[in-house]
Design a protein around this ligand. Sequence first.
Ligand code: AHM
Ligand code: MG
Length: 344
Amino acid sequence: MIDKPLGVTVSRYIMDLQQMFPEAKGDLTGLLNELIVAAKTINAEVNKAGLADILGQSGKKNVQGEEVQNLDELTNNTIKKRMESCGYVCAMLSEEDEDIIPVRDGYSGKYTLAFDPLDGSSNIDVNVSIGTIFSIHKRVSSSTETPYCNVPGSQEDFLQPGRKQVAAGYILYGSSTMMVFTTGHGVNGFTLDPSVGEFYLSHKDIKIPKLCKYLSVNEGNHRYWNENMKEYVDYIKDKNISSRYIGSLVADFHRNLISGGIFLYPRDKKDPTKKEGKLRLLYEAAPLAFLIEQAGGVAMNDEGENIMDLIPTKVHQRTPLIIGNKAEVLEATEFLKEHSSLTR
Ligand code: AHM
Ligand code: MG
């Protein structure tokens, strides 16, 4: 962890972080800076989302006669465009694209970038917090003899456990816009001053509070849960806990990170195509697992496996997710396991 005063800019913070590693060549610094630029562009678009009806809807032309993209598409394209020729990534993986996304010839870099361009997108039209989640790994598919730039990335580069992430975080477009990230040296939060266009350190070395204040789960799915899950939720509701569920993972996570809480998205019987739960391992669960672990919490699946240790077999793999205060998450997974024979 580097100790920087509140108010330091995110770029300065990242540069100082790089100084801790004399062997670093600046690629991760460069990549994070590119993400910051993408975040500012997305933020500007998100802030105009309510004007869609005035400026033109997706599939139609706007007042300048340009084709209007929906916000998911626009954020996805913004990130891809910034990254494809920055020279820091060898390939990308996005929730919006089925296949991994290649970068331009000759621009292949050292890292992979997996991202959910706009998490919580069902909340866009109702002006509720949404966010961009990202996860960065070092590529594994190139040899030292070959310059990175000549070797495109492959699926293998993405099928790495969360434990191997070199950085992860999110940009939350909420009542203010924040970037929260970790490189494995604690979690720090930076708030955007929109009048200056700069992110400033506002939340230093974030640790999840000891008290688990909130329970975040979609109770509308109650009838699709298995018995152990139903019993667990009844059990925890008997404790001194409040319910909070936004329906944007990134926003629910952020609230619980700052205030203390447990978030669950278990497997359920609602949709047979989502037997493994709804959330995606590589660009939702794993990056948040890295953050929560750095902040003193933990993320597990319903089999009691740490999300950070899961080895993905598919790039768009889903996983049940239980994340937040350590004691409550461990208790939840134990509870679920204990009763698991009832339902599986
Ligand atoms: P998205 O990435 O398409 O927005 O879907 C993921 C979202 C999460 O942000 C959120 O936790 C979850 O889906 C909400 O799902 P539900 O409406 O089933 O509760
Ligand atoms: Mg999502």
